[in-house]
Design a binder for this molecule. Structure first.
Ligand code: DC
Length: 220
């Protein structure tokens, strides 16, 4: 049986941390689909195409060789792992990822990645709803707006990007509004997802919950 664990949720909900830890615990690979959308956005910015030009963004996505493995994102043979976390990409990625034409290309690559790896942990926004509606376990993580802003602010400071927490919060709100309000694959929990509020929970207990659900599904 191919095990697919879908971990969705907004920015700062703890998705990446939980996805990586669940994958390590289960000895399975992990795919950060947000890194794929970020890599396409970087390529769009570098070519100077308009962010709202869906056809141009899709052509760039199609022509870009993107790999995301073990936390390293490569774009056309270049390691862009840090660059895709910078403010330019972060400010533009919601616009580029809202184009259905771009999503179609990346969703096909995400499914191919899972087929190639024989399953795995996949992290994103629409994994349980669109990419893998039959996933073995679907977790949708949420956290309060203040806590999410605090976590993202901590990430920014750790990456030596000095920003005010209010600015991080305003940017998060903007991105959430676009991700949740877009016509295609909006950010929302699948009907059969378990919704976990990570505001006050420690990472270990969230990971243990997802891992135990995956193990019992595997045993069935
Ligand atoms: O998880 P992240 O913050 O790195 O994601 C970056 C952006 O990519 C986010 O604003 C929405 C988009 N995204 C998406 O639309 N679908 C996914 N499966 C993953 C990310």
């Amino acid at each position: 049986m191919t095990i697919v664990i879908a971990i969705d949720g907004p920015s700062g909900s703890g998705k990446s941390t939980v996805a990586r830890a669940v994958a390590a615990e289960l000895g399975r690979p992990v795919l950060d689909t947000g890194a794929m959308y970020r890599a396409v956005t970087l390529a769009v910015l570098e070519t100077g195409a308009a962010l709202d030009d869906a056809a141009a963004c899709a052509a760039i996505a199609r022509a870009s060789d993107i790999t995301v493995e073990n936390g390293v994102t490569m774009l056309d043979g270049r390691d862009v792992s840090s660059e895709i976390r910078g403010p330019l990409v972060t400010g533009a990625v919601s616009i580029v990822s809202a184009h259905p034409e771009v999503r179609e290309i990346l969703v096909a690559r995400q499914r191919a990645w899972v087929a190639r790896h024989g399953g795995g942990v996949v992290e994103g926004r629409d994994i349980g709803t669109v990419v893998f509606p039959d996933a073995t376990v679907k977790a949708f993580l949420v956290a309060s707006d203040d806590e999410r802003a605090r976590r993202r602010h901590r990430d920014e400071m750790a990456a030596a990007r000095a920003v005010a927490v209010e600015d991080v919060k305003a940017a998060l709100d903007r991105r959430d509004a676009i991700d949740t309000g877009r016509a295609v694959s909006p950010l929302r929990p699948a009907d059969d997802a378990i919704v976990i509020d990570t505001t006050k929970l420690d990472v270990d207990s969230v990971v243990a919950d997802v891992v135990s659900r995956a193990r019992s599904a595997e045993a069935r």
